[in-house]
Design a binder for this molecule. Structure first.
Ligand SMILES: *[C@@H]1O[C@H](CO)[C@@H](O)[C@H](O)[C@H]1NC(C)=O
Ligand SMILES: *[C@@H]1O[C@H](CO)[C@@H](O)[C@H](O)[C@H]1NC(C)=O
Ligand SMILES: *[C@@H]1O[C@H](CO)[C@@H](O)[C@H](O)[C@H]1NC(C)=O
Ligand SMILES: *[C@@H]1O[C@H](CO)[C@@H](O)[C@H](O)[C@H]1NC(C)=O
Length: 161
């Protein structure tokens, strides 16, 4: 025989509108109704045990999905780390040329190599599997700065912008 509390829980899962938060257990269930009611196994659960099994399953699925997102992010961010390492190397070449008075060379290296990396990182994360861009702001700032520096360098060398 199904226990009264299970009947109430079931009613909460199937018809959230009927929920009456009179006990702490029901109240707790009421607050996760949104997550549970969208899940077939949870909606089909006829007792607390079935509901618990579904809740464990939902949580495991969510953790697995988050693990996937983090793994994609680690891969994509490690490519971005490479981009920014290249950008720094290229900027070191620019600075060395500039310091030695080789403005044309500095300008050439700057516009030809140093400028593309922040956008490349952005595009990678945008088009990637993680669908997350935790360095969007940094990419935008770097892109702005490198373009600004490149434009000023072009002014100095008289190159067309
Ligand atoms: C239900 O839980 C919430 C959050 O813990 C609490 O603020 C609220 O007072 C509880 N309601 C009842 C009827 O227990
Ligand atoms: C959750 O349940 C579904 C459907 O039964 C199953 O395909 C999935 O593998 C389960 N997830 C976990 C993490 O056990
Ligand atoms: C850009 O700069 C990096 C770092 O200095 C270098 O490894 C790479 O070959 C350069 N690429 C081009 C196209 O000049
Ligand atoms: C600077 O640019 C000129 C012309 O492109 C090139 O011949 C020269 O090798 C460059 N110098 C350096 C140090 O890169």
């Amino acid at each position: 025989m199904v226990q009264p509390i299970a009947i109430i829980l079931l009613a909460v899962v199937i018809a959230p509108g009927l929920a009456a938060c009179s006990s702490s257990v029901i109240n707790a269930t009421y607050y996760c109704v949104g997550v549970l009611s969208g899940n077939p196994a949870a909606a089909a659960a006829t007792d607390v045990r079935g509901l618990a099994a579904a809740a464990i399953n939902i949580t495991a699925d969510k953790a697995a999905s988050t693990l996937r997102v983090i793994s994609y992010l680690v891969d994509e961010l490690s490519i971005c780390r490479g981009y920014y390492a290249y950008m720094l190397q290229s900027l070191a070449i620019v600075a060395a040329d500039f310091g030695a008075g080789r403005f044309e060379n500095a300008s050439f290296e700057m516009s030809g190599n140093a400028t593309g990396y922040p956008q490349a990182c952005d595009i990678l994360l945008f088009a990637g599997n993680s669908h997350k861009d935790p360095v969007f702001k940094e990419n935008a700032e770097n892109d702005l700065l490198v373009r600004l520096a490149s434009s000023i360098l072009n002014l100095l060398t008289g190159a067309r912008i």
